[in-house]
Design a protein around this ligand. Structure first.
Ligand code: AMP
Length: 432
């Protein structure tokens, strides 16, 4: 008999990998708590109408990727209805916000979720049909300040802190503004007009998008279409004064917090509900995600609550692709395991062992990876041991301990020089 396998695009998560999933979720929960977020758990399936109205009928997610079925009535009191496995969680959170009258208290609501989402996409590394998202939403009545650029900057700063805390290296924040609900249609009209004479020269996908959802053309990575896309109108030229000012405030706050960002005028994102700020955090190519280098995405959705029949409740949120986050952390850990330590401290005699440990502690606290030798070794043996495991060796004899001037040799270049103890950290980090 043939064996039964997991459905294409879905997978089992097994120990020990699940430990990493739990660690990541634990760090996320702690960070969310520090910023005042509470957990929300919404159903895995909702009415199809929620996503059609919330996410948008013409989006790829709704038009092509949803798991939708007609749910039969089981009793005369029930109606047959179209249901859908949630492809994302923002629409569900906003539905719950409206349903439970969370606006009644008048304040800002900060909600986070962790859970699976479902999209019928072409499976590949970092892209699955059941995948996990860690996300959060900040929303409330206008009087709560939910529209303020402070909220956007706070969410972005929180994400930067979360990625740093998880140890994700080399992330890059890309931001843009897609304007208000009146700016966007003006821009889409301009885009449509600009695409009209050139769309026949584009690939089939973009030809279709030019008709159905021209914003999606900007997302396209098709190499043959890049020249045309770069020449299309930019949304920044279509923003009204209020949206421009809002975006400027977000960037100013990010500058003040020291969060680095890149403005990407093509970042419009695939879902219809976005207004004003949109963003993505990416990781460098070669981080183990292949072409799926978007680690998380999000933005502001000031009209979503009204689109779902609720009160005015501007908001901003994001979703991290947890599967991708885990892949990156695994890849980076494997690279680290293969790479050499930053330094090997070689005490010249046993009398310097304690000083060597003290120096190692100092350097490790500075973020360096450090190994310590033993003063009972002959110097030659220390050098050999150091060369195997570290990029540099630091010699620690009686004179060096007394003077604070240390001899350092870099194995890659063979360069040997005296470095003062105060400058040693920077030298080993490669800053000098
Ligand atoms: P979106 O909801 O499309 O804005 O996606 C937010 C994040 O979820 C993306 O940046 C990805 O990291 C992740 N994501 C989206 N679709 C998938 C998928 N099919 N498989 C794995 N991760 C996904």
């Amino acid at each position: 008999m043939s064996t039964i396998k997991a459905v294409r695009g879905t997978r089992d998560l097994l120990p020990p990998e699940t430990e990493l999933w739990n660690r990541v979720e634990g760090v996320a929960r702690k960070v969310f708590e520090r910023y005042g977020f509470g957990e929300i758990r919404t159903p895995l399936f909702e009415t199809t109408e929620l996503f059609v109205r919330g996410v948008g009928e013409e989006t790829d997610v709704v038009s092509k990727e949803m798991y939708t079925w007609e749910d039969r009535a089981r009793a005369a009191s029930e109606k047959a209805q179209s249901l859908t496995l949630r492809p994302e969680n923002t629409a569900g959170v906003v539905r719950a916000y409206i349903e439970h009258k969370m606006d009644a208290a008048g304040g800002l609501r900060k909600l986070f979720y962790i859970g699976p989402q479902f999209r019928r996409e072409r499976p590949q590394r970092g892209r699955y049909r059941q995948f996990w998202q860690i996300g959060a939403e900040v929303l409330g009545p206008v009087s709560s300040g939910a529209e303020s650029a402070v909220r956007d900057a706070e969410v972005l700063e929180m994400l930067a802190s979360l990625l740093d805390e998880l140890g994700v290296k080399g992330w890059r924040l890309e931001v843009n503004s897609v304007g208000s609900s009146t700016d966007r249609p003006r821009y889409v009209a301009a885009l449509r007009a600009a695409l009209e004479p050139v769309k026949d020269q584009m690939c089939e996908d973009n030809r279709r998008r030019a008709e159905t959802n021209p914003l999606r053309v900007l997302d396209s990575k098709a190499p043959e279409d890049q020249e045309i896309i770069n020449g299309l109108p930019k949304i920044a030229d279509y923003l009204d004064e209020a949206s421009k000012e809002h975006f400027a405030q977000v960037l100013k706050a990010l500058d003040a917090c020291g969060v680095a960002y890149h403005v990407n005028p093509r970042l419009v994102r695939g879902l219809d509900y976005y207004t004003r700020t949109t963003f993505e955090f990416t990781v460098p190519d070669g981080s183990g995600l292949g072409t799926q280098n978007a680690l998380l995405g999000g933005g502001r959705y000031d009209g979503l609550s009204e689109m779902l029949g609720g009160p005015k409740a501007p908001g901003i949120g994001f979703a991290i692709g947890e599967d991708r986050l885990i892949l990156i952390l695994q890849e980076q850990a494997a690279e680290q395991a293969e790479s050499k330590m930053d330094a090997y401290i070689a005490p010249v005699g046993v009398e310097q062992n304690a000083a060597a440990l003290a120096l190692a502690r100092e350097l490790r606290r500075d973020g360096l990876r450090v190994e310590v030798g033993d003063g009972s070794f002959r110097l030659k043996k220390s050098f050999e041991a150091a060369d195997k495991v570290a990029k540099a060796v630091v010699i620690l004899g009686e004179d060096e301990v007394a003077s604070g001037n240390l001899k350092v040799k870099r194995f890659a270049t063979g360069e040997q020089r005296d470095v003062s103890r105060t400058e040693l950290g920077a030298y080993l980090h490669g800053d000098q």
